[in-house]
Structure formats: structure tokens, C-alpha cells
Design a protein around this ligand. Structure first.
Ligand SMILES: [Zn+2]
Length: 150
């Protein structure tokens, strides 16, 4: 990753629980062109999502671990923003969640002791993201307006 992520989600939705087999997923959102795969390749696995838009999970072909996803529901930028599974990084402690989302389906045994904002469902990025991240997101939107990925 060539820069810090746009934001890091702790996602407690039931879909993430099922997909990860864990209580919640920690996803670092970052522009695809700020990430470099240092070796090998990933295998893409399209899966259905509750929104109907779908998601592509990219897995290591050797061990099967999911390293990132693309969420096609995210307007036109969905194919250009990676949701990196922070737990797969060499040092996951560098990217704790900035926000916890879908806490309405948070497992009762998960006690959140950090001070990061928590949202029952999703949130308004304009009110939550840093000014720098909002500017970066706008830049992706502006550069990808010709896409028809949705
Ligand atoms: Zn989720």
C-alpha cells in the first residue's frame, strides 16, 4: 500500500460474518492503484451480496485466504477501491478500525473498547471521512465517470 487507507471499517454485518467465519471483518479501503501485489497472483471469486450488486473476493491461490474484495455496489468506484482484509497485512495493528459499521448485527460477545464511531448500519462518508479521504474519493469518481461497471 502506497499510502494510508481512505478509512478502515470494522464491519459487523452478517454477510461479513459468514464470509470470514469471524465476528467481524476489518477492511482497509484504498484505491486500487495505490496497492501493489508483490508476488504471485490472486484468484477472483464473484459472490452475491445482499444489495444484489455483488462482490468479487480475491484470494491467494495457494492458501485460499481472502486478501481483498471489490464491492460493486459502490457507485462507479466499486471496481477501483479495494477492501483490504487488514488481518492479512504483515502488521495488522497498523490499521485498527476507524469506524464500526452494522453494529445492529454485532455479536454480543464482541465488546468494543475503542473510541471509534459506531453505526447501526452504514454512515455518511461526508460526515465521517477525513477531508483528505473525501478529496481522494472525489478524484476517483471524476476519473472513472466513463465506466459502465454498474
Ligand atoms: Zn460487512
Amino acid at each position: 500500500m502506497y499510502s494510508k487507507p481512505l478509512i478502515v471499517h470494522g464491519c459487523h454485518c452478517t454477510f461479513c460474518q459468514t464470509q470470514t467465519g469471524a465476528a467481524y471483518a476489518v477492511n482497509a479501503l484504498i484505491e486500487e492503484d495505490r496497492v501493489e501485489l508483490l508476488s504471485g497472483a490472486v484468484h477472483d471469486h464473484p459472490v452475491k451480496t445482499p444489495s444484489g450488486a455483488g462482490q468479487t473476493i480475491s484470494r491467494c491461490p495457494e492458501c485460499g485466504v481472502a486478501v481483498w474484495s471489490k464491492y460493486h455496489a459502490l457507485q462507479k468506484v466499486g471496481n477501483h477501491v479495494l477492501f483490504i482484509r487488514a488481518g492479512t497485512l504483515d502488521d495488522p495493528s497498523l490499521m485498527p478500525p476507524d469506524v464500526h459499521i452494522y453494529t445492529s448485527s454485532k455479536q454480543a460477545h464482541v465488546l468494543l473498547s475503542d473510541q471509534s464511531p459506531q453505526f447501526d448500519k452504514y454512515y455518511d462518508p461526508v460526515k465521517t471521512w477525513s477531508k483528505e479521504s473525501i478529496a481522494r474519493y472525489a478524484k476517483i469518481l471524476a476519473s472513472k465517470t466513463g465506466d459502465t461497471a454498474d
